[in-house]
Design a protein around this ligand. Sequence first.
Ligand SMILES: Cc1cc2nc3c(=O)[nH]c(=O)nc-3n(C[C@H](O)[C@H](O)[C@H](O)COP(=O)(O)O)c2cc1C
Length: 278
Amino acid sequence: MLTRRCKSILNPHRPTTNILPNHLPHPAFPVRFNHTQPKMLHAASTTVKRIFAPTGGSSDPGHAIQYQRSTLEKTDLAPSPTAQFHAWFQEAINANVYQPETVTLATASLPDGKPSARVVFMKELDDRGFVIYSNWATSRKSADVRSNPQAALMFWWREMERQVRVEGTVERLTSEESQVYYDTRIRGSRIGAWASPQSQVLSGREELEKRVEEVEKRFEGEEKIPVPEFWGGIRVVPEVVEFWQGRESRLHDRLRYRRVEEGEEGNEEGWVMERLSP
Ligand SMILES: Cc1cc2nc3c(=O)[nH]c(=O)nc-3n(C[C@H](O)[C@H](O)[C@H](O)COP(=O)(O)O)c2cc1C
């Protein structure tokens, strides 16, 4: 099982280079890439590649799409990553990016360290960070952040050939704060938050529908529904934010903000900006 998984990520046409850090290999990946070890775990393979080097949407036969829309320089950046994010978000709206608030949220549980990721909507941004709303009692993400209050967010705005990555610590909003957003949701979504034990196994769709009926009865005639205490916002307070602009030949522009103490590294804003190799 393990050897099959390792083999499938290797591209037999790629030259071998020693790209992994120089520490002991993880037991699941015992083979390091270098010039003396064979890169294939088995010489002969009967595995049929179902997908290989796809070039969907490219007008250059056999070659991947090239990113050419824009460039990114340090001098383009705002002093803080939240200000910079806000500027890019406005540009995404102006460019008709479909739901630019769509973001992948990655979390990981401790002590097993297993990561999990899912798409959510970013609903609020201020100088403190990025807010998303969810169930914090039964979902996988809630179990993850209970054991490990760290998260990563990843936005991909295809039309702009831009990616934004955020890493930071997670803090829960108060129920008063969550109520403000909850009140903006249509009634069906407010009922749904009460009715769904998110990510728990259901006997069938009927079980969910029965729960919805029960909650509807409970709040019948009430316009104002209280936000469930198990539901609400979390804020990802950024430590690192990277702005990525696609460039030709995969030589992309990557500029990263890293939080430092004010005055540290000669920095008055609390953020150091660095260019990363693509
Ligand atoms: C476009 C899109 C937006 C979503 N937005 C949210 C959201 O804001 N909050 C949420 O809890 N789940 C949202 N979901 C559902 C999650 O992807 C996921 O199914 C759910 O949160 C349970 O995940 P978990 O068990 O890993 O915690 C969204 C899914 C999609 C595809």
